[in-house]
Write a protein that binds this ligand. Sequence first.
Ligand code: TNX
Length: 551
Amino acid sequence: AADLARTAAQRASDLLAPSAPVRLGDVVPAPEQVTPDPTADYLLPEDAGIRVSLDPAARDVAEQLAGWLRPATGYPLPVADAADATPGGPLTLTLADSATHPAGAPSATATAAGGAPLAGPAGSGSEAGAGLPGGGDLGDEGYLLEVSRDGIRITAAAPAGLFHGAQTLRQLLPVAVEHPTPVTERWVVPGGTIVDRPRFAYRGAMLDVARHFFGVEDVLRVVDHLARYKLNHLHLHLTDDQGWRIAVDSWPRLAEVGGATQVGGGPGGWYTKDDYRRIVSYAARRHVTVVPEIDLPGHTNAALVAYPELAPGKIPPPPYTGTEVGFSYVDPADERTYDFVADVVGEVAALTPGPWLHLGGDEAFKVKGVAYTGFVERAQRIVADAGKTVIGWHQLAPAEHLHGRVLQWWGTNGEDPETAEAVRRGARVILSPGNRAYLDMKYAPDTPIGHDWAGLIDVRRAYDWDPGSHIDGVPVEAVLGVEAPLWTESVTTLAEVEFMLFPRLPAVAELGWSPRSTHDWAAFRERLAGHGPRWTAAGITFHPAPDVPWP
Ligand code: TNX
């Protein structure tokens, strides 16, 4: 019996071993519809080419796909326009903007009450939809992936859909595809059809670059991680007590003085406007929209060090490198404060092609009642006047509603009448429950970094909840999506960022993308397990969480 058990265990681990064939359903986040056809596996030949619709953004997706596959395969994978005389394929990326709209069930994707933009630069609306076999529309981010013995075809209504389809294809190749140098492998893709599109329009992660500064290269790598799992928003927490990280020409000391500190006393740092533009355009190529946050009226000590005129009583505070919250604020009673807000918001809005600007609003413990709501109402209007849609932490709820505004909910208890009331007045919500989605929480008591004020968050806890029904009185229609924030009081390096992201980020990504009908912890942990070897091959640090059956 012991031998049998050993054999069974051995067989199980063989099945999960890196060289085991990938199955069509082994995708994270889980696709809407997977129809395997074991007779239709595709073997990528050395002379394969990629043919793509004549569209610059679609072409760029094909180039990125080739870029992912070339290092490990060593194949040239030339990209050709579909209109070229050159015989292309057998990989084909098609923008089906002339496809018909078969009548059918509409997408379950949450739609806006209030008509503000739902998605970023990539999502701004092809009117056409590619038809789905089951009826309905692929929307801006959906795709159809067909794998047959003769080739692979990805069809989408918009470039973002092609991009998500290409990421799926990448996951369907053997683990070795993640190696940075050529490996000998049979590059087989499992046969069949995937039809896929997101449940929620907003799927994001936040990086706090204020408590500890992370340079441009680190941020770009985080963008790559988001894109792998079909997350489409990167929220940058750019300002806090410990540092101001974005250049503002009209108030230059914000970055030059306010950027020179961080938690623990390190040198800090800040992004020039060109640095920030580089992040934005790198993200845009990967169909990720950057959401800049300027946290107001609290969390502003670094700004007050740079410009004491904004401080209550004009008293210059000392620089702050600790980790307490709630002590600082810009003076809401001084008109100069609103000049500052308008100048900063104006410059950041001008740098940001995405529709959103995040105003913070959390933990302003010293600005109470009407002083707080009055400040927020003016700041919200400044953001709207700058042409952006307001996002704020859910502490903004009591302030008056402004068309389109979005509350980012970080509570730990789903009874929140204030947020429910704001939703009745028209607000939409991004779910970031502190005890589910906070990536700075420890996995277990012995996790060497991170917090535990909202409890411990192992992979199952990060996965096993429903953003669509999490807050009482907030219906799924008001849920714009989910976001996993990473606060960095105790996170100092890219490896530590990755350790906190993986494997919980894919769990949150699946909550944002996959239809609720696919939600299944037992199946998720199996699918997720296969990604461990991919991260290892790609040089990504991760926490080998004990609740996942790693091969
Ligand atoms: C609360 S959550 C904060 C942050 C801290 C975080 C640490 C929120 C909007 N504010 O200032 O970094 O807790 O987990």
